[in-house]
Design a protein around this ligand. Structure first.
Ligand code: ADP
Length: 568
C-alpha cells in the first residue's frame, strides 16, 4: 500500500511541481514584459534634448504623449494646464487620440471633476468606470467618450546640485483614457504614468519658460522699435544688433534690414560713426551734442547723443547702446525765448519812454507854455501808450496761462459782430493816417455767442498787424460774411509786405517772427498771432492765412454761432 500511496503522492507532487514551473514561467514572462515596459518608459523619461525653438518642444511633447499611450495601451492621452487668468485647467495640444475640436472644448474649473481633484490633492486617480463614477464630469466623459482612465498631476520640481527638491509646483494634470482590449488600468500603470509625467512636466515647463523669454524679447524689441528716440545697439564686434525705426529714418536707412551688418558699412554720417566707434572701443559712457542733416527731411537737426555700454551677468561688456534725442525744437525755443526777452524789453521800454517824455514835458511846463489842445493831445498819447502797455502785459499773462495748460475762460454773451467790427475799425483808424480802413459787412451778418473782449482782442490784433506790416500804407479791408449755420467768417486783408511761403505755417507759433529787414523795423513780440489762434480755437473756430510777399496778406477766421460745450 505504501508503495502505491507513495507513487500517488510522488505523482501529485510532480504535478504540483509542473504547475509551479508553469507559474514561474508565466511570472518570468510577465516580469520580462514589465521590465521591457519599464525600459521603454524610462527611455521616454530621458532628459529632453536641448531645445532651441518652440516647434521642437511641440515635437518632443507629441512623441511623449504617443509613447505614453503606447506603453499604457491607452486610446487617448492629453495633458491639461492651469490657466491662471481663468482658474481653469485647459487641454493643450499636442494630444493623442483627440480631435482638434475635442481639444478646444475640453476645459474645466480647477476645482471640479477628477482633473480638479488630482490637481488640488496631487494624488493620482484611477477611473474604472467613468460613466458611473460620481467624481467625473458628465459632459466631458460623454464628449471624449471616456470609459476608464488614469489621471496624474503634472509637477515641476526645482532641484539643487545635490538633487534636493527646492520648489515644487503643480502646473496641470495628465490623463490617459480607455485601456485597449477592454482591460482596466492597474496600479502598475499609475506608477508608469507618474514616472513619465515628470518628464512631460519638465518639457512643458521648459516650453513655457522659453515662450515667456521669447515673448519678453519680442515685447522689448517692439518697445525699442517704436521708441521716439533713435536707438542703435552695436556689438563689440562692430555689428549692428538693433537699430530702431527712428534711427533708420534719422540715418536715411528706411526700409533696410541692417541687423547683423557692420555699423561702419551702413552708417554714412561721419559724426555718428565717430560716436559709435568711441562707444564700442572705449567702453565709456558718453554724452555729446551733434548736428547733421536728416536725409528724409533734408534739414539739419540737433541731437543729444548718449552712449552707454551694456554688460552681461559677469559684468563683461558685450556692446554699446547709443540713443539720439532730437533737441532741435528745444534749441529753437531757447533761441526764440532769448530773442523774445529782448523784444519784450524793447516793447515795454518804448511806451514807457514816451509816457515818461510827455509827463516830464508837462511837469516842466509851469508857465503854461502849452495850450489846452496840445496838453490834451499829450494826455491822449499817454493814455494810448498806457493801453499799449496793458495790452502787452495781459498778452504775456495769457501766454503763460496757455503754457500752464489752463483754458482761457470765456465770458459769454450775445455779440453784435457788425457793431464790434465798426468799433475796432474806428479805434484803429485813430492810430494811422497812412492807411484806408474799409469795412465791408454782409447785411445778414448774424450775432454770435462769444466773449466780446476776446473777439475784440482777435480783431484788434489782426487789424493792428495789418497796419504794422503795411509800412507803405494802402487799403486794409475787413470783410464779414455769414458762414454756414449762422457762424461768421471775417477776413482782414492788407496790401503790405506779405509773408514768405515757408513761414506761413509758423506765424501762429509763439515767439515766431518773420525775420527780415522789413519786419525788424517794426516792433513786435511774436505772441500776438499765437494768442489770436488760441482765442479763436477757444471759441471752437479756425484761423488761417494766405499771403504773397510784396502783395499783402489775408488773415481769415471763422467763429461758430456759439462755442462748443466745454469738456469736463
Ligand atoms: P508780432 O507782430 O508781435 O511780431 P505776431 O504774433 O502778431 O507778433 O505776428 C507774428 C509774425 O507774423 C510777425 O512778426 C510778422 O512777421 C508776421 N505777420 C503778422 N501779421 C502780418 C501781416 N498782416 N503781414 C505780414 N506779416 C505779418
Amino acid at each position: 500500500m505504501a508503495d502505491v500511496e507513495l507513487q500517488g503522492k510522488v505523482r501529485q507532487l510532480e504535478r504540483k511541481i509542473d504547475e509551479y514551473k508553469e507559474l514561474i514561467a508565466r511570472l518570468e514572462k510577465t516580469n520580462r514584459e514589465m521590465e521591457q515596459r519599464l525600459k521603454t518608459a524610462q527611455a521616454a523619461t530621458e532628459p529632453p534634448p536641448a531645445i532651441t525653438a518652440a516647434p521642437e518642444f511641440e515635437e518632443t511633447l507629441k512623441r511623449l504623449v504617443q509613447r505614453i499611450s503606447m506603453i499604457l495601451q491607452a486610446e487617448k492621452c492629453v495633458f491639461m494646464l492651469l490657466e491662471p487668468e481663468s482658474g481653469e485647467l485647459v487641454a493643450k495640444s499636442p494630444a493623442y487620440g483627440l480631435t482638434e475640436d475635442e481639444l478646444r472644448t475640453f476645459r474645466i474649473r480647477a476645482t471640479q471633476g477628477v482633473s480638479g481633484e488630482v490637481f488640488r490633492e496631487g494624488n493620482p486617480i484611477i477611473l474604472y468606470d467613468a460613466v458611473s463614477d460620481p467624481r467625473t464630469m458628465r459632459e466631458n466623459v460623454a464628449l471624449l467618450n471616456v470609459k476608464n482612465g488614469v489621471t496624474v498631476p503634472l509637477i515641476v520640481e526645482k532641484r539643487d546640485e545635490e538633487n534636493r527638491v527646492l520648489d515644487r509646483q503643480t502646473i496641470g494634470v495628465l490623463h490617459v483614457f480607455n485601456k485597449r482590449y477592454g482591460n482596466a488600468f492597474s496600479d502598475e500603470d499609475v506608477r508608469l504614468l507618474q514616472v513619465m509625467s515628470r518628464s512631460a512636466a519638465a518639457v512643458i515647463a521648459n516650453a513655457q519658460m522659453y515662450l515667456q523669454v521669447v515673448e519678453e524679447k519680442e515685447k522689448l524689441e517692439s518697445a525699442l522699435e517704436s521708441l521716439a528716440a533713435a536707438l542703435i545697439m552695436v556689438g563689440l564686434n562692430g555689428k549692428v544688433m538693433q537699430m530702431n525705426a527712428s534711427a533708420r529714418t534719422v540715418l536715411g536707412l528706411d526700409g533696410q534690414d541692417v541687423a547683423g551688418k557692420p555699423y561702419a558699412e551702413v552708417v554714412k554720417e561721419e559724426k555718428v560713426r565717430q560716436i559709435i566707434a568711441a562707444a564700442v572701443s572705449n567702453n565709456n559712457d558718453e554724452m555729446a551734442e551733434v548736428a547733421f542733416t536728416v536725409p528724409s527731411e533734408n534739414t539739419e537737426r540737433i541731437f543729444r547723443v548718449q552712449s552707454s555700454v551694456f554688460r552681461n551677468e559677469e559684468d563683461k561688456a558685450i556692446g554699446a547702446v547709443i540713443i539720439f534725442n532730437d533737441i532741435t525744437e528745444i534749441r529753437n525755443i531757447e533761441r526764440l525765448k532769448t530773442a523774445f526777452v529782448s523784444t519784450v524789453s524793447h516793447e515795454l521800454r518804448t511806451p514807457l519812454t514816451s509816457i515818461k517824455g510827455f509827463i516830464s514835458t508837462l511837469l516842466q511846463d509851469t508857465e503854461g507854455y502849452y495850450d489846452e489842445e496840445t496838453r490834451h493831445e499829450f494826455y491822449t498819447i499817454i493814455d494810448q501808450e498806457c493801453d499799449r502797455l496793458t495790452r502787452l502785459i495781459s498778452d504775456l499773462l495769457n501766454v503763460s496761462r496757455i503754457e500752464a495748460g489752463r483754458a482761457l475762460d470765456l465770458n459769454l454773451k450775445t455779440v453784435n459782430m457788425a457793431a464790434l467790427i465798426e468799433k475796432v475799425a474806428t479805434v484803429q483808424r485813430s492810430y494811422t493816417s497812412k492807411h484806408t480802413l474799409s469795412v465791408k459787412l454782409s447785411p445778414a451778418l448774424p450775432p454770435i455767442t462769444a466773449d466780446e473782449d476776446k473777439v475784440d482782442q482777435i480783431l484788434t490784433n489782426l487789424v493792428s498787424n495789418a497796419i504794422k506790416y503795411s509800412p507803405n500804407g494802402g487799403t486794409i479791408t475787413v470783410l464779414g460774411v455769414e458762414d454756414g449755420d449762422e457762424g461768421v467768417k471775417i477776413s482782414i486783408i492788407d496790401q503790405g509786405m506779405g509773408i514768405p511761403k515757408e513761414q506761413l505755417g509758423k506765424v501762429f507759433e509763439r515767439f515766431h517772427r518773420v525775420d527780415n529787414t522789413d519786419t525788424r523795423k517794426v516792433g513786435g513780440t511774436g505772441i500776438g498771432l499765437y494768442l489770436v489762434k488760441h482765442l479763436v480755437e477757444a471759441h471752437g473756430g479756425r484761423i488761417w492765412v494766405e499771403s504773397e510777399v510784396g502783395k499783402g496778406s489775408n488773415f481769415t477766421f471763422v467763429l461758430p454761432p456759439e462755442p462748443p460745450e466745454e469738456e469736463e
